[in-house]
Design a binder for this molecule. Sequence first.
Ligand code: F6P
Length: 325
Amino acid sequence: MMEKPFTIGMLTSGGDAPGMNAAIRAVVRTGIANNCRVIGVSNGFDGLINGEFKEMGPRDVGGILQRGGTILQTRRSKTFIDPRGQRDAIRRMNEAGMDALVVIGGDGSLNGANALHTQGIKVIGIPASIDNDIWGTNIAIGVDTAMNTIMDAVDKLRDTASSHGRAFIVETMGRNSGYLAVMTGIVCGAEIVLIPEVEASLEEVAEAVEDAYRRGKTHAIIIVAEGFNLRTTELAHHLDEMDLGFKTRVTILGHIQRGGSPTAYDRLLASRMGVKAVEALLAGTSGVMTGLKGRGIDYIPLADVIANKRRTNLEYHHMARVLAR
Ligand code: F6P
């Protein structure tokens, strides 16, 4: 009798991130090259609970390397947080003959992956989230593309800001992390970057804007992370009342930061992590996440990943300020 091939399930979960498709492609093709079956699970952990499964072949992942989003669709599942949801998911996996699961997503998704691992399921996590708040990897899939999207937007905003002599407040995503705001603050030459990790008063912001005016700049760019404690529109209102030389406009970049074709960096990172995820499973490893450390991809215990939070390096916040003068 023919032995049943090792069967790998795979899902994407949480907020989508550009490069998820490249990771999906890498898992499918590496799995098949190693005589495994790969089953795509649609709609994240909800799809695992509902048995939304489809076996994937190499041609099913053709032409997706350059596409943003995720062909598997993604969800933020409330049902899976409940242990009964996890029990139902495990039952579905067993019914489908799934031997292991690859979870591609952010910290909430990796939490879900670890919950399955602790119940005896073979699981590997792949970090994907534009927020770059996942502990255990220098960078997650999607971050580089999101930064490039923000940079492109701010470059365009600076053109119109300069033409009109205006200050632009640009809100970036990142949930509770200021990473995207700080790093794009550096690459876009923002006058000031406001992040949840560092308190800043209205007076400090006003001083930065007025200082730019005094120095003869034709514009001022204020990058505000969405988690900062003052809303962008409120901030604009206060700054305009203070008459700082520039009139203020607000742009909330929103979900465009999550879309678009992944950069070369993200395609490469996702491809490498997808390959390493399958290699880990073939070597009998479970309960780890692929993480970029130095030049290589390491395996980081999921328990450590979810117990920690990646902190934004505040040296870069300081650097953004110095370089803007
Ligand atoms: O985690 C990714 C992220 O884009 C955050 O930056 C943001 O706070 C959140 O997801 C937005 O979530 P939703 O897509 O549910 O609006």
